[in-house]
Design a protein around this ligand. Structure first.
Ligand SMILES: [Zn+2]
Length: 236
């Protein structure tokens, strides 16, 4: 094979394996943002649960504010604590899958990822019966094989538009509210995991999450936004 042909083959593989799913993700994110903007909607999407402590606190906060959220559960956590997963579903929140073991679609082999995807869906469906078709890829990463598998299983890919970075350097609550205001709503990403306490006077992860949910709920009431789930959003 000539050098030129080799380069073309390698580029084609990279484009279709990584860049095509990324491009489709960008298109979906834009549609999500537009759907939120047109209906003045906010989706609270919460990944990685259920957790031993924070899940219950989030449930309380959602109930206090009389709003629903979309939870993307990890199969391993559902298996470890099925009653907590059940409690989220029974409280009327939307439930989707987030794989079993949080496999990264770009770093795992297609076979390993496919197993993680299927096992995660089985755990969530065990809690809900047979009607969960929502899926959020861990790290937002999908390869072409993962994309094909997700579509073949008729799952709806649920991306986000505002990453609070709650597990890392964190956007301030004000910054999240400013973005919601500027972008006319959006899909907010948070995490349901037990992280321990904050240091040097900063909020712990759980305090940050609960504070932000309360502030977003207040913002939506004061500014005429609806807090909805993915199922409520009309993507046109
Ligand atoms: Zn995750």
């Amino acid at each position: 094979m000539s050098l030129q042909l080799s380069i073309i083959v390698i580029l084609s593989v990279v484009v279709s394996w990584y860049l095509l799913p990324m491009a489709l993700r960008r298109i979906s994110e834009r549609r999500l943002a537009a759907a939120c903007r047109h209906s003045r909607s906010i989706v609270l999407s919460i990944d990685d649960g259920p957790s031993k402590v924070l899940s219950a606190e989030i449930l309380e906060s959602l109930e206090r504010n009389n709003i629903r959220a979309s939870f993307f559960l990890l199969g391993r956590n559902v298996r470890a604590d099925p009653s907590q997963a059940q409690a989220l579903a029974e409280a009327g929140h939307e439930i989707g899958s987030h794989t079993f073991d949080h496999a990264n679609g770009w770093k795992s082999s297609p076979v390993r990822w496919a197993q993680d995807f299927s096992q995660g869906r089985r755990e969530v469906r065990g809690i809900l019966g047979d009607d969960s078709h929502l899926f959020r890829p861990p790290y937002g990463k999908l390869s072409l094989a993962g994309l094909i598998q997700a579509y073949a299983n008729r799952t709806r890919l649920c991306w986000w538009t505002i990453d609070t970075k709650d597990t890392m350097q964190r956007l301030s609550a004000n910054e999240v509210l400013r973005r919601l205001d500027r972008e006319g709503g959006g899909v907010v990403l948070l995490h349901d995991l037990d992280r321990g306490e904050g240091q040097n006077g900063t909020l712990s992860h759980s305090e940050y999450v609960i504070d932000l949910i309360d502030k977003i709920a207040a913002f939506s009431r004061e500014n005429g936004y609806r807090i909805v789930t993915f199922g409520d959003l009309d993507l046109g």
